[in-house]
Design a protein around this ligand. Structure first.
Ligand code: NAP
Length: 285
């Protein structure tokens, strides 16, 4: 059976290492997970490939996470609400699109910080990953401020996502907009600080970190981002997004194979591949 990662360009991805380790550990030696670089005009043909009998589905990454939606037969409620698909799997003759970033994010937040009762959260960035994070938080009753360097992008996100049980508010990514907030959870959903631009940080200069908050940085290369260092220096617990990558992969693995995901094996493979990418100083999408 084949599984593919559809994206373009596909640089040094950790997903093949994570899934190859998982498939071996689960006793599926005839299964393969391969990179499939797909330029935008080839996406329909690539999705047709996922329909082959010898294919169980795959992952979708930049720039196809939105473009793939109309090419699929059905979407999960999460994928439809977020407007992005990162995992595709077969259900009978149908090809289903799912978003496992949202539950993957929430599972890793709880693993990292323990069970968190809903409260105020601050999400930095308003792109695709921010949409998945905001979806996960608002459905669990969190009140979320979305701060973006283009405030109109934050407004667009807040207007297009429903917040059942929670609340959503857009903000500018500036010191005056952030310093009055008292979030218990801060999530970086921007690529600022990601290798090779390691000196970057989305945190506005001079802005104090709110006491009692925790930082979750979706970036995982480098393993400690500049934002994580800033937050730790202010006394905040901070983790990177490698665990989210593993969790979204574990959820997809179960959809494809029907088996429990060997999370410990996947986590070890992700850490080893991430160390290698870090040593090479390459971005690891
Ligand atoms: P995206 O759709 O391009 O959105 C990026 C967002 O960050 C946009 O709001 C963008 O604003 C903003 N931004 C970019 N550079 C910035 C900077 N220097 N300062 C402040 N804001 C900045 O990207 P994405 O797909 O959401 O991914 C965001 C990050 O999450 C990436 O680093 C990605 O690798 C990571 N990610 C991690 C996981 C995981 O499993 N750990 C999963 C998904 C994504 P503009 O539009 O103005 O540029």
């Amino acid at each position: 059976m084949h599984l593919y990662l559809l994206g373009y360009p596909l640089g040094h991805s950790l997903s093949p290492a994570i899934h190859t380790a998982a498939l071996r550990a689960a006793g599926l030696p005839d299964w393969r997970y391969d990179l499939l670089p797909v330029p935008p005009h080839d996406l329909p043909a690539a999705v047709a490939r996922l329909r082959a009998a010898a294919c169980a589905g795959g992952n979708v990454t930049i720039p196809h996470k939105q473009a793939v939606l109309p090419l699929l037969d059905a979407l999960t409620p999460a994928a439809r609400a977020i407007g992005a698909v990162n995992a595709v799997y077969r259900q009978g003759a149908h090809l289903l699109g799912d978003n496992t970033d949202a539950p993957g994010f929430w599972a890793d937040v709880q693993r990292a910080f323990g069970p968190l009762a809903p409260g105020e959260a601050l999400v930095l960035g308003a792109g695709g990953a921010a949409r998945a994070v905001v979806y996960a938080l608002t459905r669990r009753g969190w009140q979320v401020t979305v701060a973006a360097r283009r405030p109109e992008q934050a407004r667009g996100l807040c207007e297009s996502l429903e917040a059942p049980g929670g609340a959503l508010r857009p903000a500018a990514l500036t010191r005056p907009a952030l310093e009055g907030l008292r979030p218990r959870l801060i999530v970086n959903a921007t690529p600022a600080g990601m290798s090779p631009q390691r000196a970057g940080t989305p945190w506005p200069p001079g802005t104090p970190f709110p006491a009692g908050a925790r930082l979750y940085d979706l970036v995982y290369n480098p393993p400690e981002t500049r934002l994580m260092r800033q937050a730790r220096a202010a006394g905040l617990p901070a983790v990177n997004g490698l665990g989210m990558l593993v969790e979204q992969a574990a959820l997809a693995f179960t959809r494809w194979t029907g088996l429990a995901a060997p999370r410990a094996v996947m986590r070890a493979a992700a850490a080893a591949a991430s160390d290698t990418a870090h040593a090479r100083r390459q971005p690891a999408p």
